[in-house]
Design a protein around this ligand. Structure first.
Ligand SMILES: [Zn+2]
Length: 94
C-alpha cells in the first residue's frame, strides 16, 4: 500500500521521517515522462517516480519533504501529478 503524504504529515517526527524515507526510496525507478511545463511546452524527461509525483525537485532531486514550503510547481505530468522545483532551481520567487 502506498503512504499518503497527508497522513505522513499527521505523524510524529521520527515515524514520519521513517515512512517518508521508505516511500522515497521505493520511488527511485527512472522512466521517461512527458512533462507539461507551466509555460505550455511539452518536454520529455528522464525522471524518478519520486520526481514525477512531486516528491523531489525536478532538477536537483532535493526532497520535497512534508515540512518544505519552498518548492514551486513548474508543470504537470498527465495522469501522474504535478512536478516541482526547489527555490534554488526555480530561481527564487517569480
Ligand atoms: Zn532543486
Amino acid at each position: 500500500m502506498s503512504v499518503e503524504p497527508e497522513r505522513i504529515r499527521a505523524l510524529d517526527g521520527a515515524t514520519k521521517q521513517l515512512l517518508w524515507d521508505r516511500m522515497i526510496s521505493s520511488k527511485q525507478t527512472v522512466s521517461s515522462y512527458v512533462v507539461m511545463l507551466d509555460g505550455g511546452s511539452l518536454e520529455t524527461m528522464e525522471l524518478t517516480a519520486a520526481q514525477a509525483e512531486g516528491f523531489e525537485c525536478l532538477t536537483c532531486k532535493a526532497q520535497h519533504t512534508a515540512d518544505a514550503g519552498a518548492f514551486q510547481p513548474v508543470g504537470r505530468i498527465p495522469s501522474v501529478g504535478s512536478v516541482f522545483q526547489c527555490v534554488a532551481c526555480s530561481g527564487g520567487a517569480r
